[in-house]
Design a protein around this ligand. Structure first.
Ligand code: KIV
Length: 289
């Protein structure tokens, strides 16, 4: 169950959201004019209400990625992610945002079998979370499903190149498109999902030349991750760019070192509890005189 409104009286929400119109799927699509996007599209992942609140003013789109598998749940891949997880985290992110378009990943197994099953899954995600778009992985093979959804009121973000839900078939998370045949296949995938009606496309883990070729070839915005600076926008997993994990993939730029800062804060707290330096009189309640 979700309300889509922020109840500042019962939460730790720091601010009342400014009423305003959210970024829409047509507005994102319209950012690319005549093959170019003058103002690159900013996208970050979010899985929780508080992170959404902090990121929302800076982003055009917030992605409730199925990368929550590894980031939130400690799972080995995105394969075990469920619709329940995506609906619950999607609703939290919608409640914590007012400006950015919120897109929710369709989890593995919720859309591949048929366009009808994909529609039922997408409708559930949109109803339960309040999000305005879904993202799904795949190219030519999934294009008929994208067309089916797009014609029935479901804005779709496509995802080509490295598609992590297919890790068991791909054999790992290495960059895609190193052979001519694979490069041609990825370009054909991008064209197929664009023709099918996706309003934008995530290109993940592809060689720079392929990302540039896709960006030039299709009319919808291309959001890169491990792709190219010439894409129409960029997305990163927020916890990666905040430096929350020891391992930083090559395509990630660290904008902070949050792991070190949290470690320092936890160590200081632990020391103060053990030495009875915390709490002080400022943090305890006294009887009123
Ligand atoms: O799940 C996710 O976070 C994603 C991004 C990496 C694009 O799909």
């Amino acid at each position: 169950m979700s309300t889509f409104t922020m109840d500042t009286g019962t939460s730790r929400a720091t601010s009342t959201p400014v009423p305003g119109k959210r970024v829409t799927a047509p507005a994102i699509r319209a950012r690319k004019v005549g093959g170019t996007t003058a103002d690159p599209i900013v996208m970050l992942t979010a899985y929780t209400m508080r992170m959404a609140q902090l990121l929302d003013p800076h982003c055009d789109m917030l992605l409730v990625g199925d990368s929550l598998a590894q980031i939130i749940y400690g799972l080995p891949s995105t394969v075990p992610v469920t619709l329940d997880m995506m609906c619950n985290h999607g609703a939290a992110v919608v409640r914590g945002s007012w400006h950015a378009l919120v897109a929710v990943d369709m989890p593995f197994g919720s859309y591949e079998a048929s366009p009808e099953i994909a529609f039922a899954s997408a409708a559930r995600i949109m109803k339960e979370s309040g999000c305005a778009a879904v993202k799904l992985e795949g190219g030519e093979a999934i294009a008929p499903t994208i067309e089916f959804l797009s014609k029935r009121g479901v804005p779709v973000i496509a995802h080509v190149g490295l598609t992590p839900q297919a890790v068991n078939q791909l054999g790992g998370y290495g960059a895609r498109g190193r052979s001519e045949a694979e490069a041609a296949h990825i370009l054909a995938d991008a064209k197929a999902v664009s023709d099918a009606g996706a309003f934008c496309l995530v290109a993940e883990g592809v060689l720079e030349d392929i990302a540039n070729a896709i960006t030039a070839a299709i009319p919808i915005p291309v959001i890169g991750i491990g792709a190219s600076a010439r894409c129409d926008g960029q997305v990163l997993v927020t916890e990666d760019m905040l430096g929350l994990f020891e391992r930083t993939p090559r395509f990630v730029k660290r904008y902070d070192d949050l792991a070190a800062r949290i470690t320092d804060a936890a160590a200081t707290y632990a020391g103060e509890v053990r030495s009875r330096a915390f709490p002080t009189k400022e943090q305890i309640y006294k009887a009123k005189p």
